[in-house]
Design a protein around this ligand. Structure first.
Ligand SMILES: Cc1cc2nc3c(=O)[nH]c(=O)nc-3n(C[C@H](O)[C@H](O)[C@H](O)COP(=O)(O)O)c2cc1C
Length: 406
């Protein structure tokens, strides 16, 4: 086991332990309020032995993570801490959040969309807490604070916004798009089984499990049963195996492998013989040569634009900026009136140019090569203009993306 640290919200230092092999898929463990990463010790070792790399994090104001000078323990501060940690990880982890850690994780991944984590486990994270339970929890926490001699900052109890946490947890639930497991301690006096099942129904495809003989701190009470449940869930829903394409196997896997190469997005355009503009979205654009100035784009032989692109003496490659996702959609969906819905003009070299594109390359057809189920259309660049200020529209793993500088 080694130590690690992250910069959280507003630069606060968050500390954690790392277990296992860095080549294994990652699991991030986030404890509950008034606890520390120590609750995961056994679970973390079991996961590492089963081929997962594990990071057990201390939340702000807990364990060895910093206690914020400004006393910020509002729910947003925790959520932003977690988002900051996720951005510093090399891959998307399965997040396992206990209690408060579960609320934080659910809000972080549910409010931001699907792509911050590969899975989520909520360990006895109550969707509702009635007042008596809060008092019970607060009592337990206070007692724990005294015995643990400052393992967490008691200011947290006054500053924490319970209602905000519960509301955001519940609002985020239907938007969580990843494999989810809710684990309840069968003896938990904090998480009521009815409200737990209700929130599980709210989360698309979520699974529910109960650990017998365990209370609220499931992972510490029955680490053996808890890790077994966790591992079974992960093997089933977030498997360790890395997808592999072999010659002759499913083309989808090959497409996914190729999708690991991030690209920009272009629309390739030309005029048909009768003067009608044609165009299609293409990310197979590549620069080829500076002298002579050549570029290429690959066009599917099934494309409706193929004939026109093969026949036209000139064509254009329009590189899209971040605001042109609608144009990319339009030029990739069949049957749309593409040029009626997008501003364009005739270029100097007899090809249609999309207006305000990030760059327009006007080309003369140079060569056409066979490329399996595509043609490789090589063009000689006659004229190029570009906007040096805008950001590009990106495409990666089958989804549109934007530039992000950290
Ligand atoms: C981001 C993205 C990139 C694409 N890249 C290409 C490409 O490089 N070559 C291609 O032939 N089709 C590509 N396509 C698919 C075509 O845009 C799509 O099949 C389109 O409907 C073809 O139009 P057409 O049949 O009218 O020519 C891409 C689609 C998207 C969304």
């Amino acid at each position: 086991m080694a130590h690690t640290q992250f910069k959280g919200f507003a630069g606060i230092l968050l500390r954690g332990d790392v277990y296992g092999d860095p080549d294994d898929p990652l699991v991030l463990l986030v404890h509950g309020g008034g606890q520390t990463r120590d609750i995961w010790k056994e679970t973390a070792s079991a996961l590492a032995r089963a081929g997962r790399q594990v990071i057990a994090l201390d939340l702000r104001g807990h364990g060895e993570s910093e206690w914020p000078d400004d006393g910020r323990y509002d729910f947003s501060a925790y959520v932003e801490d977690l988002r900051a940690v996720l951005a510093q990880l090399p891959s998307r982890p399965v997040i396992v959040g206990a209690s408060l850690g579960g609320w934080v994780a659910a809000a972080a991944v549910g409010e931001e969309g699907a792509h911050l984590a590969s899975g989520l486990v909520l360990a006895d994270a109550p969707p509702d807490l009635d007042l008596t339970n809060i008092r019970a929890a607060a009592g337990v926490l206070r007692a724990a604070s005294e015995t643990a001699k400052g393992a967490w900052d008691p200011r947290m109890l006054e500053r924490f916004q319970l209602e905000d946490a519960l509301a955001r947890f519940k609002a985020a639930a239907p938007n969580i798009q990843m494999p989810v497991l809710f684990v309840r301690g069968a003896l938990s006096d904090i998480t009521d089984p009815v409200s737990a099942s209700r929130i599980v129904e709210q989360i698309p495809g979520a699974e529910y499990a109960e650990i017998g003989d365990a209370g609220h701190v499931v992972a510490a009470d029955r680490a053996d049963l808890f890790s077994a449940t966790l591992l079974a869930f992960m093997e089933r829903r977030v498997p360790r195996f890395v997808p592999e394409y072999r010659s002759g196997s499913d083309a989808r896997t090959l497409r996914e492998a190729l999708g690991c190469f991030a690209t920009g997005v272009t629309v390739v355009t030309a005029f048909e013989k009768d003067g009608e503009p044609v165009g299609l979205t293409a990310n197979s654009f590549t620069s080829v040569s500076l002298d002579p100035p050549l570029l290429l784009v690959c066009v599917a032989k099934t494309s409706n634009s193929l004939k026109a692109l093969e026949a036209a003496e000139h064509f254009a490659v329009n590189v899209l900026h971040i605001g042109q996702q609608p144009a990319s959609r339009l030029f990739s969906k069949p049957g749309e009136e593409r040029f009626q819905q997008t501003p364009w003009k005739r270029g100097r070299h007899d090809a249609p140019l999309l207006s305000n594109a990030l760059a327009n390359f006007e080309c003369r057809r140079h060569q056409i090569h066979d490329g399996g189920d595509h043609i490789i259309l090589v063009g000689e660049v006659l004229r190029a203009n570009f906007d040096p200020r805008r950001d590009p529209l990106l495409y990666f793993r089958g989804k549109y993306r934007r530039l992000h500088f950290s």
